[in-house]
Design a protein around this ligand. Sequence first.
Ligand SMILES: Nc1ncnc2c1ncn2[C@@H]1O[C@H](COP(=O)(O)OP(=O)(O)OP(=O)(O)O)[C@@H](O)[C@H]1O
Ligand SMILES: [Mg+2]
Length: 206
Amino acid sequence: MKKGFFVTLEGSDGCGKSTQSALLVKKLKKMGFDVVHTREPGGTKVAESVRKILLDSKSKISPLTELLLYEACRAQLTAEIILPAIESGKVVICDRYADATVAYQGFGRELDKKIIFKLNDIATSKLKPNLTIFLELDVKKGLARTCLRGKDRLERESFVFHKKVNYGYKWLAKQFPNRIKAVKADGTIEEIANKIFDIVVKKLWN
Ligand SMILES: Nc1ncnc2c1ncn2[C@@H]1O[C@H](COP(=O)(O)OP(=O)(O)OP(=O)(O)O)[C@@H](O)[C@H]1O
Ligand SMILES: [Mg+2]
């Protein structure tokens, strides 16, 4: 196996990222890999505090402030957790990463994508995931799932916003076909977990 391996899970709200990332971590640990499981926004003390602000439906945040807060969280998570883990040969599984900002703030909020790519490069020190799983789910189905547990600030956005985000992810998958693999996310949790595991294992030994 290579030295360190970085996998991100992406997709619109309620597509199953948290469910699937936890299952993937379990399977990889069972195989004996040293796995770090983290998420965005969050994963460090400071970024978890910012997460609360970002997702609180009572927060009033301008699109530019939102962008910079996500990038600040990313910079901290990358420097404090992800880079050291990869450098010491661990497998890192991250629930959302830089693609999410292209999809949500670039396509959803319609902020300048060139600036977003630049900020992503700065926040990540140009680190790219070895593999990104894009969980592809009909926006309505994802939102119906999030309805069941109460919506955060981003999830309360309009249907049109979520359609734009989903389009953004599809655009990204076309731009970076070697890194981003789409997996249909409307099967059973186990079916999807098996599909993801197959893709991850293939890439790990590629
Ligand atoms: N394949 C599936 N079929 C049906 N329900 C599912 C499936 N996968 C996940 N769920 C359920 O849908 C809800 C959303 O799943 P989950 O939290 O994993 O999605 P998410 O992509 O992490 O959402 P968010 O974008 O809000 O973080 C949860 O209640 C979960 O149990
Ligand atoms: Mg989640």
